[in-house]
Ligand binder design. Structure first.
Ligand code: FPP
Length: 246
C-alpha cells in the first residue's frame, strides 16, 4: 500500500488554471499484485473519477488526461480491446458525474483508428456536455503530440494552397488555433505518475511552459491528496517564462 500524503486544506491550495496528467503505472500496479495488466486499467477509472471531480470542485479550468496514445496501438490486441471497452464504459457511466460537475468533455486526438462504437459514445458524451460552462475535460485518445503538430501544419498548408491564408500571417497564435482543442488552456502543470521522468509525446506544443510534477505512486493509487500535493508543489515554483524572476 502506498503512503498517502498529508491532506491539504483546499482553501489554501494554489490551483493551476490548466492541468495535464500522464496516468502511468496501471500495468505495474496490477502485476505487483499478481493480477493481469487490465485490472490496473480498471482500477485506474476510480482515480480518473476522483481527479475529475476534485479538479472541477477546485476550479481548474482545463484538465487533459492521457488515456490512449498513438503508440498504444502497438500493444497486444487483447489489451487494446479491453482498454477501448473500458473507455466506452467510462464515457457512458460517467455522464451523470460530468453533468453534475458541469464539465464539458472534449476529445483530443485522431478519430481515424477508433472503432464506431467508441466514437459513438464519445460523440454522444461530447454533445451531451457541450453546453456545460465548467471545466473543460480533454480525453486524449489515439493521441500523439507530434501527430497533432503535423495535423495542424497540414491544415494551415491547405489554407495556403487554397489561397485563404498568407504564409506571412502564420504566427504562434494562428498555429495554436489549428491544434486539436485550442479551447483548453495550455497546461500550467503536467503531472506524471509511477515515477517516470518523460513527457511521452504528450501535448508537446502546449506544455512548453508547464511545470512538471512526478508522483511515485502508480495511477490506480492516485488520490486527491496526491493531487493536492502536486498543486502545492506547483505553488512553490517560480515561473519565469524565459524572463528574469521578479
Ligand atoms: C499507462 O499505464 C496507462 C494507460 C496506457 C491507459 C490509461 C487508462 C486508464 C487510466 C483507464 C481508462 C481511462 C479513462 C479515461 C477511462 P501502463 O499500462 O503503461 O502501465 P505500466 O507502465 O505500468 O505498464
Amino acid at each position: 500500500m502506498s503512503e498517502r500524503p498529508r491532506v491539504e486544506s483546499p482553501a489554501a491550495l494554489p490551483v493551476p488554471r490548466s492541468v495535464a496528467i500522464i496516468m502511468d503505472g496501471n500495468g505495474r500496479w496490477a502485476r505487483s499484485r499478481g493480477f493481469e495488466r487490465i485490472r490496473g486499467h480498471e482500477r485506474g477509472i476510480q482515480a480518473v473519477r476522483e481527479t475529475v471531480e476534485e479538479c472541477a470542485r477546485l476550479g481548474v479550468q482545463g484538465l487533459t488526461l492521457y488515456a490512449f496514445s498513438e503508440e498504444n496501438w502497438s500493444r497486444p490486441q487483447r489489451e487494446i480491446d479491453l482498454l477501448m471497452r473500458l473507455l466506452e464504459r467510462f464515457l457512458v457511466e460517467e455522464r451523470a458525474t460530468l453533468m453534475d460537475n458541469r464539465v464539458k468533455l472534449l476529445h483530443v486526438g485522431r478519430r481515424e483508428r477508433l472503432g464506431p462504437s467508441v466514437l459513438q459514445k464519445l460523440d454522444e458524451s461530447v454533445a451531451m456536455t457541450a453546453g456545460n460552462p465548467g471545466m473543460r475535460l480533454g480525453l486524449a485518445i489515439s493521441y500523439g503530440g507530434r501527430a497533432e503538430i503535423v495535423d495542424a501544419a497540414r491544415r494551415l498548408a491547405r489554407e495556403v494552397r487554397d489561397g485563404r491564408l498568407d504564409p506571412e500571417l502564420i504566427d504562434e497564435a494562428r498555429f495554436r488555433e489549428q491544434l486539436y482543442r485550442p479551447e483548453i488552456p495550455d497546461p500550467d502543470l503536467l503531472i506524471r505518475t509511477a515515477g517516470e521522468m518523460r513527457v511521452s509525446n504528450f501535448l508537446l506544443w502546449q506544455i512548453s511552459y508547464a511545470e512538471l510534477h512526478v508522483e511515485t505512486v502508480c495511477w490506480p493509487d492516485f488520490r486527491k491528496e496526491h493531487l493536492h500535493a502536486a498543486f502545492r508543489a506547483f505553488g512553490g515554483r517560480v515561473r519565469k517564462f524565459g524572463a528574469v524572476a521578479p
